[in-house]
Design a protein around this ligand. Sequence first.
Ligand code: ADP
Ligand code: MG
Length: 226
Amino acid sequence: MSLLLEDVTLTYPDGEGRLTALDAVSLDVPAGTLTAVVGPSGSGKSSLLAVAATLVTPDSGRVVVAGLDTGTLDRAGKARLRREHIGLVFQQPNLLPSLTALEQLQVMAQLSGGASRAARDRAAALLDSVGLAAQAHRRPHQLSGGQRQRVNIARALMNEPSVLLVDEPTSALDHERGAAVMELIAGLTRDRGTATVLVTHDRTHLGRADRTVTVRDGRIGAHAPV
Ligand code: ADP
Ligand code: MG
């Protein structure tokens, strides 16, 4: 299932007037593909993800997630859509300090009422797929920055999202660990068939993406297939 943004405009109040964060943005992200989004700071990259994640409602335009037009959903409907279909990865992992890596993932299943035995198995398999089988019982302070970001990514995949939205996942990592995280996200996108959008200011990793789009002043620029 894909992610579709159609002619999306988003403004924020700004003094007397409005600031246009997204200006008639259209983006079609097919399942199993990775779209990288680059652009200067303040150009609207995070706003694009927030709209795609249904965290922010645009002034106009359509956002279609997993075949559902999100404009038809109320608050509860959007919350459910996020739980069932959207995986979010932010720059800072925001892991719960007292939980082990395995438990961070299990919590996600509990939120959606998943059975605990199946959830535990799934969490363990996901940690394995991000290379952290041996660290499953460690708490965040016992993990490196790169490992914490891997837990963060695995957690976002816990409920088998069809759409994966990732905001600057490598910015707190050194080049080598950043490259490994990009590689991981590209691989997971193919294996799990997610429609993935990844914001990055780090152009050195763009080769892993299926295509790169540039955002400038809230507008989408050239679509350069890689
Ligand atoms: P980027 O992620 O590319 O740095 P953002 O999407 O965060 O850009 O921001 C785009 C523009 O919208 C910026 O001018 C920013 O200041 C503004 N903006 C972002 N979030 C808000 C908000 N919640 N309220 C008001 N203005 C915002
Ligand atoms: Mg941002």
